[in-house]
Design a protein around this ligand. Sequence first.
Ligand code: FE2
Length: 297
Amino acid sequence: MNDRADFVVPDITTRKNVGLSHDRVDFTLPQPLERYTAADHATWATLYRRQSEMLPGRACDEFLEGLERLGVDADRVPDFAKLNEQLMAATGWRIVAVPGLIPDDVFFEHLANRRFPVTWWLREPHQLDYLQEPDVFHDLFGHVPLLINPVFADYLEAYGKGGMKAKALGALPLLARLYWYTVEFGLINTPKGMRIYGAGIVSSKGESVYCLDSASPNRVGFDLERIMRTRYRIDTFQRTYFVIDSFQQLFDATAPDFAPLYARLAEAPTLGAGDIAAEDKVFNVGDRSGWGDSEDV
Ligand SMILES: [Fe+2]
């Protein structure tokens, strides 16, 4: 999701989409399978191998089960149509190919209709560890496995519906923090220990280790209002991770109408990405090692 007013289309997005056109209204295009090169498939295989080797014992069982049940290819960029057969049968969700980041209202409309927009192109070999914008590895490997979980699938549909309302109420920055700290960078407390479910983490080699093993970040219990007050970092690993007890908790906590909450928070002070609040249910307070002074969003 692109919630930044100053966002400009990155060069790689423009370059990858030369000669392709997308639907003017919903931004979808047929997945251009013929554009994937042998090098792209090799890059996918490398990314898939290093994440799938690392994630057992780190990612939550629901994510790992989803990866398995969807039959996400290990050795080549998956064919979206094939993957959709499994996904639609499981939860009625499907993925649609898009050129890259799409406008917020188009993104919400897709989610509200159980369609997950997936950037069709893949990063280049020199970007294995980091790229600014989402690609097919982040969008598909990171986000899609959990869509096979019925409760998470319902949460994301509700988020899309909530996005349309938030836009009308001028509250998108508040709602974007919820997406950031759950869908992208969420942790879940399980009987087996703390696990990852956020797509931004499971698709990142470095953050998959850092988020659970490093002493630097805070780990704090999920609290909707707290999250909506908390700024975040787009340029570093997270300074605070919010931990849910279950996907049901996430769904239930976000079910009520947010309008009164938005009204209350409009004038409330925000918290920095690394702050701890008095009311926090703290799993651990980070030792802040390695933190610089640059600005939170
Ligand atoms: Fe994402």
